[in-house]
Design a protein around this ligand. Structure first.
Ligand code: AMO
Length: 433
């Protein structure tokens, strides 16, 4: 709309047209206020009933909450108004009247459960604290992109419809692709490696991954956003440096650029950026420390995957982000390289005390070892020939990682449920909206 002024830009002395949603109507008798809200904030519209045209008063005060209106009038200074100014209306135009029966209350006075909120995201996002999550999400992704560029990475986009999966066959969503079986991609893993093997060398991708996991938990989605890195001539330590840099950049950007949003979420006082280097514990040290906490009924032994309670106990013990390195090869994917000694892999995880954020490692770049890895994993190397073939034409050593975008946002903001970090989550129960 050409002549529209954002509420935040309305200055005393202006003749302005403001447009937005009816947040609230406060009727005090002879005087009444319509509080109008837009993306920049709220403004008070004053109705002096005896001094104004009846039709104008009726339209302005008769409109239902959350209707979209446009109001033209003089902007005046009013120290008692929440923003120090108010509009004295000359005309009120109801552009889109809202049904008075709202499925949720955007003023937040009445709480709604998460499911009602997700079913009505448009209304839910009218709340400052919900909008703040997505403004911060955008800032975190912007900061991640910027940090990757500082690490000389090129942003890539890889296919999401694929012929084969890599992260475990049971977790694939099958689809039909012109009569052939295909799948939604679980990870850009193989594609990012193929590009790192060209002389583009360092790449990143921020995009969707699809996991047909049955479990329904506060930290799993069936469609998540993965922040992926892959770099030629990198080993696992370089990849850990990049992962640490990206996670810290996200915290720093939120601290520097999201003051109002943190305020809306009630986090402004306590928000802090992680300090110092993230400790790097070997898997062996990790299981020893978990066993020493005494939190588990059974002691962990070499080769065990870390149970959620074990991760929690270790997270409480370490008290901040930390890496777990040198995992047993048998519990890491086939594309992760071993450390000379076949027992030990170069795989690593980056943990937040609440959950795993990242997995990564140096990759197997030797063609014959890669083929053996596929076979050991029970995968048919012939199906992956498009990938393995490129390892015959000059594949440098390379390393990378995948960082869960929603888990990053969730842990930075202390959200209880990962679904709060996604506009339209996909989970076991939710395919729409
Ligand atoms: P992985 O499967 O561990 O590794 O995934 C990497 C990170 O992605 C996030 N993540 C998820 N977040 C929410 N819901 C899910 N269902 C989900 N699954 C994964 C987690 C996890 O740490 N190809 C490797 C990465 C690599 O080695 O580069 C991979 O996909 O935060």
């Amino acid at each position: 709309m050409q002549d529209r002024t954002y509420t935040a830009d309305a200055e005393p002395g202006d003749d302005a047209t403001v447009a937005g949603w009816v947040h609230e109507i406060r009727d005090l008798g002879g005087i009444a206020f319509l509080i109008l809200r837009d993306a920049t904030g709220k403004i008070q519209i004053k109705f002096e009933k005896d001094e104004m045209d009846d039709d104008l008063v009726e339209t302005g005060l008769g409109v239902s909450r959350e209707s979209v209106v446009s109001v033209s009038g003089a902007v005046e200074e009013e120290p008692r108004a929440p923003t120090g100014v108010e509009v004295v209306p000359e005309s009120v135009d109801v552009i889109s009247a809202a049904d008075p029966e709202l499925p949720l209350d955007p003023s937040g006075k009445v709480d709604a459960d998460l499911s009602t909120r997700l079913d009505n995201r448009t209304l839910d996002l009218r709340k400052d604290e919900v909008q703040a999550v997505f403004e911060i999400r955008a800032e975190i992704l912007r900061a991640a992109r910027e940090r990757f560029r500082e690490f000389h990475c090129t942003e890539i986009n890889t296919p999401k419809i694929v012929a084969t999966g890599t992260e475990g066959g049971t977790e694939l969503f099958p689809i039909t692709y012109f009569g052939e079986e295909a799948f939604m991609n679980q990870s850009p893993q193989l594609f990012k490696q193929l590009i790192a093997g060209s002389n583009v060398e360092r790449v990143f991708e921020i995009g969707p991954i699809f996991r047909a996991e049955e479990h329904n938990t506060p930290r799993h989605l069936n469609e998540a956003t993965s922040i992926d890195f892959e770099g030629a001539f990198c080993d696992q330590n370089d990849a850990m440096d990049v992962a640490e840099g990206v996670v810290k950049a996200a915290y720093e950007a939120v601290a520097e650029n999201c003051g109002d949003e943190l305020e809306a979420l009630g986090l402004a006082e306590d928000f802090s950026v992680p300090e110092g280097d993230f400790p790097r514990l070997s898997y062996e040290e990790a299981i020893e420390r978990i066993n020493a906490t005494g939190e588990l009924d059974e002691q962990l032994v070499w080769g065990d995957d870390l149970p959620t309670e074990g991760e929690k106990a270790l997270g409480d013990d370490v008290g901040g982000h930390y890496f777990i390195t040198d995992w047993p090869s048998e519990i890491k994917p086939f594309y992760i390289m071993d450390h000379g000694d076949e027992e030990l892999s170069t795989g690593f995880d980056l943990m937040h005390p609440r959950m795993e954020l990242v997995s990564g490692g140096q990759r197997e770049h030797r063609h014959e070892h890669l083929i053996e890895g596929f076979e050991q994993q029970g995968l048919d190397p012939d199906q992956f020939e498009y990938y393995t073939k490129m390892f015959k034409y000059g594949m440098p050593p390379h390393a990378g990682f995948g960082l869960g975008g929603e888990r990053l946002i969730m842990t930075i903001l202390g959200l209880d449920n990962i679904r709060e970090a996604v506009l339209f989550p996909r989970d076991r129960q939710r395919l729409s909206p």
